[in-house]
Design a protein around this ligand. Structure first.
Ligand SMILES: [Zn+2]
Length: 297
């Protein structure tokens, strides 16, 4: 059976999800520690069957990458959590053996075919496949690619004093999934202001979830799409943009970026390619008075 998601054609490119894994039975109270169970219950009737487990009391979360093919380039946006990584404090991502690269090949792309790898930010589930373990060393998975990292993320997570500490859950990510890419000379950095990329993309600063979190806007032929990384983790946040997740680091900014992206997606009728929504993981945001609504496509 193919693990490939459907192929979207938009703005002169094709977009396809490459699934890494699903996280099941995620308690809403874990993901959204500030939301009471009554608040989640109030949103639940508008969530899709795919958004929750059958009992409707726990969430499903997806981990995946987006494969974008333009007429000229092959681009991978975010690289999931990777294989063989040492994440003892993070069992969902510890010592995995997932056939992610086989799934990429099923989509017609070998690692050597990828021209650009974009990390929206440098968290554990967005940088993992940047590298693979070969003869005991971490080496870049995509040898012919330029890797694009937000500069503020690189500066922040490379600081051993505060953010590459062995005691935090994302520890080790920079050392095994980012530093080897930089040392191989394959990394380029986007400044905090964002800006245009290739001929139809724009890096859009969406800080908050992490310090230099960057979304990617795609626009061409009067069509638009947005790859917004961890601006949201679950459709619950379309209904409740004020809710941050347990993983958000700069809470006020995270809320501002979330609202900005929701407005942008709704007002431009942009397809929203999420990094953690389950199901197809893609859809439209629409306005309903002061509120936003979500529908999968
Ligand atoms: Zn994430």
């Amino acid at each position: 059976m193919s693990d490939l998601g459907k192929e979207y054609r938009i703005a002169g490119v094709t977009v396809r999800k490459v699934q890494e894994q699903y996280l099941h039975n995620v308690p809403p109270s874990f993901l959204y520690p500030d939301a009471g169970s009554e608040e989640i219950k109030a949103v639940e009737p508008r969530l899709s069957a795919v958004d929750m487990e059958e009992g409707r009391d726990a969430l499903v979360v997806s981990i995946h990458s987006w494969l974008v093919r333009t007429p000229d380039h092959v681009i991978l946006i975010d690289t999931s959590s990777g294989n063989d990584k040492e994440r003892p404090r993070n069992p969902s991502f510890h010592q995995q053996t997932i056939p992610f690269l086989d799934r990429l090949r099923q989509a017609g792309v070998g690692p050597e075919d990828v021209d650009f790898v974009i990390n929206t930010h440098l968290h554990v589930d967005h940088s993992g496949w940047n590298t693979v373990l070969e003869d005991g060393r971490w080496i870049p998975t995509f040898k012919n690619a330029r890797y694009i990292f937000p500069r503020a993320e690189q500066e922040y997570y490379s600081s051993t004093a505060s953010h590459n500490d062995v005691n935090i859950p994302s520890s080790g990510v920079y050392e095994d999934s980012v530093r080897p890419v930089i040392e191989a000379g394959l990394a380029d950095f986007i400044d905090s202001a964002g800006g245009p990329f290739l001929d139809r993309f724009t890096f859009l600063p969406t800080p908050g979830h992490s310090i230099g979190h960057m979304s990617v806007l795609l626009e061409s032929d009067n069509e638009a799409a947005i790859f917004a990384g961890d601006v949201m983790h679950h459709p619950i946040q379309v209904e409740r943009p004020d809710l941050n997740t347990v993983f958000c680091e700069f809470l006020d900014q995270a809320g501002q970026s979330r609202r900005r992206v929701l407005e942008l997606a709704a007002d431009n009728r942009a397809i929203y390619f999420s990094t953690h929504f389950p199901g197809s993981s893609a859809g439209y945001v629409t306005r309903d008075g002061e509120k936003f609504r979500w529908s999968y496509v």
